[in-house]
Design a protein around this ligand. Sequence first.
Ligand code: 5GP
Ligand code: ZN
Length: 112
Amino acid sequence: MDCIFCKIVKGEIPSTKIYEDEQVYVFADIAPTAPIHWLLIPKEHISGANAITAENSGVVAHIYEVIAKLAKEHGFAEGFRVVTNCGEDAGQSVFHLHFHLLAGRKLAWPAG
Ligand code: 5GP
Ligand code: ZN
């Protein structure tokens, strides 16, 4: 399968690693929109938020645990945003489930 995020997990495409464990890989977005703009991805290929099922949803809870841990460790627990774009209409450009973690500046809402 030709998936750039699977290749990043395998180390076939270089990335700036922030965190890794058995289930999740976290790396810096190549085109950051905030001082902290990281991507959290399951190591297992899941194509998007519309492909989450009872069988694979455990990793999503785990990703949110990792987010809370990283936010505390890196000092932005008081203000951050997590975004998942799903489908082309929402601007999903990489079809491997990922969570954008944004912090380090004031984040306007609604995002538009
Ligand atoms: P989406 O548009 O699917 O919500 O988010 C995909 C994100 O992946 C974008 O923010 C884009 O900058 C990032 N991205 C795409 N290709 C690469 C890459 O090869 N390396 C890294 N680190 N980020 C990437
Ligand atoms: Zn993948």
